[in-house]
Design a protein around this ligand. Structure first.
Ligand SMILES: [Zn+2]
Length: 254
């Protein structure tokens, strides 16, 4: 057992007894239930309670077993978390030294990371441009569908605040109407969600059409995917090395 305030183990057990004697409340209850004889209930020892508690010899904090247990649990949880962080750090550190042995230095890794990032961004840009160009140049029908969904969604976004605010105001003035405007704003909100799902679907359809119909699309996509895969390796390595630095900054060697 430890003090929840200062963590000291120099604590002293103590008890405090209260109640007992004649209780006016018990006496009244006894009278109501058992009649005049029930008045004696007031002098029964039912009201006696014993408080058990501890006093810290160092900081003077008075606490009970429950409080001490709660503090101990919190302390244990923190220790577990710290230990997990340490294990994760050791794992990252091992990876870091392996990477340094393989690629020369942290700076070298950093250069590769930035290089791969640039390549991936460039490939993605090429793919995006080709896709946009394809969508611009053909398929009026799909474009119109997306545009309509966008327009309706914008209009709802503009008016949805009206029933929402009305609901809050009417809550204090006229409840039945508040329910109506509340339902209206919920319906509008759900409509917006459905529209955004529809838009995603239309966009996916367009992307598929692009991949099927544009001869360049597949090549650009495979280049982009390859660059992304390569970049993700370096990105992960860089994240882990950065996590090592952060851990070392937060836990300086003692
Ligand atoms: Zn204490």
């Amino acid at each position: 057992m430890k003090c929840p305030n200062c963590g000291s183990e120099r604590i002293q057990y103590s008890t405090h007894t209260k109640g007992g004697g004649f209780s006016f409340f018990d006496s009244c209850c006894g009278f109501l239930i058992f009649g005049p004889l029930g008045l004696l209930c007031g002098s029964c020892g039912s009201g006696v309670t014993t408080d058990e508690f501890w006093i810290c010899q160092d900081c003077g904090k008075k606490f009970d077993t429950k409080e001490a247990k709660k503090a101990q649990d919190a302390y244990n949880q923190l220790q577990t978390q710290k230990e997990n962080e340490r294990l994760q750090y050791l794992e990252n550190k091992k990876l870091e030294s392996e990477a340094i042995a393989q690629y020369g230095s942290i700076d070298e890794i950093d250069i590769r990371y930035r290089q791969e990032k640039r390549i991936f961004e460039e490939k993605k840009r090429c793919y995006d441009i080709a896709r946009e160009t394809y969508i611009e140049s053909c398929d009026e029908q799909s474009k119109k569908k997306i545009l309509t969904v966008d327009n309706v969604s914008d209009k709802i976004a503009n008016i949805i605040l009206i029933p929402a605010i009305a609901t809050i105001v009417l809550l204090f003035i006229f409840m039945p109407l508040a329910i109506v405007t509340g339902i209206a704003s919920i319906i509008l909100f759900i409509t917006m969600v459905i529209l955004s799902l529809k838009k995603d679907k239309y966009q996916l359809e367009l992307e598929e059409k692009f991949l099927q119909n544009d001869p360049e699309a597949k090549i650009l996509k495979s280049q982009m995917d390859a660059a992304e895969k390569s970049f993700s390796y370096w990105n992960e390595l860089k994240q882990k090395i950065d996590a090592c630095r952060r851990y070392e900054e937060q836990n300086p060697p003692t």
